[in-house]
Design a protein around this ligand. Structure first.
Ligand code: SF4
Length: 593
């Protein structure tokens, strides 16, 4: 709530900052619970800008679940943009939670969502601006517990000096368990001992204890799905209602971390999805809703779901968006159900240029399926197609690269045959980053010279095709992601040095200072390229051995071996591949059949 006390301190700088609406809270749909009355106070901290954080679905889930508990309150904190950080410093003011306007230091737990490695230095700056010691070892008895969750906890080593506890896996039940246990222990024992006790909760890893941690799994229920969320004062990145169709993906693409760490598949029932979407749209007033999943059209009843929803929202101007679709299941019927109101860009992810390469990565998608899906979309009125590709994948050849422009030429040829206008095609091309807990966790990343050579080659081939645009992800950024994602404890010093030298909001290209990286690497005697392009050996101890996502290491290695021979693995939806998750975590896949 905006009080006179708050305004007396912050009003002047709010007038001066570029976007004050990022920092005032009180959005429609926010809980604004009473700070003083809550027994447990949790602060969700997002180490990126407001418009990114407020769109994050995991953030919305936890915010809702914690606030639904009568004795708890959950507030939010996003990383201020650089102009606001400077204004705060000028006035000697600290960060404050968006709703209660309290200092993060006053909370019981501050939970950072680590979505992306390039946000690590931002976490340190947010701690400094909250007057909380950067290093866990320096924190005082009354300091909040600093927690981290999200995909980067797959390898906690780089951030181990700064985070008290890591929450591994689904946070829905885990977060509540952590806060409840903390409330019971607070004041009864020293902080270090509380952290040790918290590490005994299944799914918690504490660097000070260095325990083994097994990921937590949550079942998808209506109670743990939000049907309302704070509506930003200005347009954010994903400004729409969201319904999670399913968690986990059984396709098991060998480079894809999300697929492997979110197993087993848990599919929400059709009736629940339909009622959640109606409720979310009604509560928020959004004119768009998204059906979220790693692969939306893999849901067994996707056509029925879209049919029911498009019927319900007919003539209302409310549109559906399917963020991620499989080309092999993109039927004409599905295309028209998803396009009842307006034709936006349709996104297809071939990932690689040839069938051989798609077998290596286990994409299980043929060239014909990609072309057929594209033509179906064009026939249905889409004229903007976006393809996702990854280059620098293990065992890739220049023929595989050549397959990318060839595929587009074949789409164009098929358009001519069908009497269709050429679509506008955008290829978003990223560089392979080896990720922990995937079959490619051992693989090397291409060096910058190798990647640049490949980019040059693709640009030359593209010149001949007029209706396509290639957007390449910054190769240096991908190299840093690989450096961090498979890094060991030495990276804590590296991150600290970066932070001390002003690194902040580095996922934004304009803030990334590559010279600083080179200087610090030299000072600490770390070779970034060598570490990013290192190939781990089969029996080598991996930095993330203490973290168990349920998938057997031997199974991951077998998949890596199969990749060498371009042998595909059948999707988990069709047949269990004994990856280990269901037996190790005593769980099972849930399909809405
Ligand atoms: S054990 Fe079988 S069913 Fe379970 S996630 Fe792995 S492949 Fe799927």
């Amino acid at each position: 709530m905006i009080t006179d006390e708050f305004l007396s301190k912050y009003e002047e700088i709010l007038y001066k900052t570029e976007r004050p609406s990022r920092y005032i809270g009180d959005e429609f749909g926010s809980y604004n619970k009473d700070f003083d009355k809550a027994q447990g106070k949790f602060l969700l901290a997002f180490p990126d800008k407001y418009e990114i954080g407020i769109s994050n679905f995991g953030h919305k889930i936890l915010y809702d679940i914690i606030n639904k508990k009568e004795n708890l309150m959950c507030d939010r904190l996003y990383a201020p943009d650089i102009d606001f950080i400077n204004l705060l410093k000028e006035k000697n003011l600290g960060l404050y939670a968006l709703e209660s306007k309290k200092s993060p230091k006053n909370f019981d737990i501050v939970g950072f969502g680590l979505q992306y490695e390039m946000c690590y230095t931002t976490v340190l700056k947010m701690l400094e601006m909250s007057d909380i010691a950067i290093f866990s070892k320096d924190r005082e008895e009354n300091d909040p517990i600093i927690l981290a969750g999200g995909p980067c906890t797959t390898n906690p080593k780089p951030m181990k000096d700064f985070i008290d506890i890591f929450a591994i896996g689904d946070g829905e039940e885990l977060c509540i368990e952590i806060i409840e246990k903390y409330i019971n222990l607070k004041g009864k024992m020293p902080r270090a001992q509380i952290i040790e006790e918290l590490s005994k909760i299944s799914g918690v890893y504490a660097p000070s204890v260095d325990n083994f941690a097994v990921k937590r799994i949550a079942q998808l229920t209506n109670e743990n799905h939000p049907t309302n969320s704070p509506i930003p004062h200005f347009t954010s990145v994903q400004d729409r209602a969201v319904v999670e169709l399913r968690r986990g993906c059984g396709r098991l693409c060998r480079f894809c971390q999300a697929s492997h760490i979110n197993l087993p598949i848990r599919e929400r029932k059709k009736e629940d999805i339909v009622s959640l979407a109606k409720e979310y749209v009604k509560n928020t007033g959004y004119d768009e809703y998204s059906l979220l999943s790693l692969s939306s059209n893999d849901h067994g009843k996707i056509e029925e779901i879209l049919g029911d929803l498009s019927c319900h929202f007919k003539n209302t101007g409310i549109n559906v968006s399917l963020p991620s679709q499989r080309a092999d299941r993109f039927s004409l019927n599905l295309a028209s159900l998803a396009s009842n109101e307006r034709k936006a860009t349709v996104t297809i992810a071939p990932e690689a240029g040839t069938d051989r390469m798609r077998n290596i990565i286990n994409k299980n998608l043929s060239k014909e399926q990609i072309i057929n899906a594209t033509i179906s979309c064009i026939k249905n009125g889409w004229n903007k197609i976006k393809y996702y590709f990854v280059i620098g994948l293990p065992f890739e050849t220049y023929e595989d690269l050549e397959g990318i422009p060839k595929l587009i030429e074949e789409v164009n040829a098929s358009c001519r045959e069908n009497g269709l206008k050429y679509p506008q095609i955008t290829c978003s091309i990223s560089v392979f980053v080896p990720k922990p807990h995937t079959p490619f966790q051992w693989a090397r990343q291409n060096t910058i010279d190798e990647v640049n050579e490949k980019i040059k080659y693709l640009r030359e081939l593209k010149e001949k095709i007029k209706n396509v645009k290639f957007n390449f992800h910054n190769p240096k950024m991908s190299q840093l992601e690989a450096f961090y994602s498979r890094g060991d404890e030495r990276l804590s010093d590296f991150i600290f040095e970066l932070y001390q030298n002003g690194a902040y909001l580095e996922s934004w290209d304009e803030n990334l200072n590559l010279d600083l990286y080179s200087q610090i690497a030299q000072k600490l005697n770390l070779d970034i390229e060598k570490l990013a392009s290192k190939e781990f050996q089969k029996d080598e101890n991996l930095p993330w051995e203490k973290i168990n996502y349920g998938v057997n290491k031997t199974w991951l290695w077998q998949e890596y071996e199969k990749a060498k021979d371009a042998i595909a693995t059948i999707p988990c939806e069709v047949k269990c591949n004994n990856c280990g998750v269901c037996s190790n975590l005593k769980t099972k896949k849930i399909l809405d059949v």
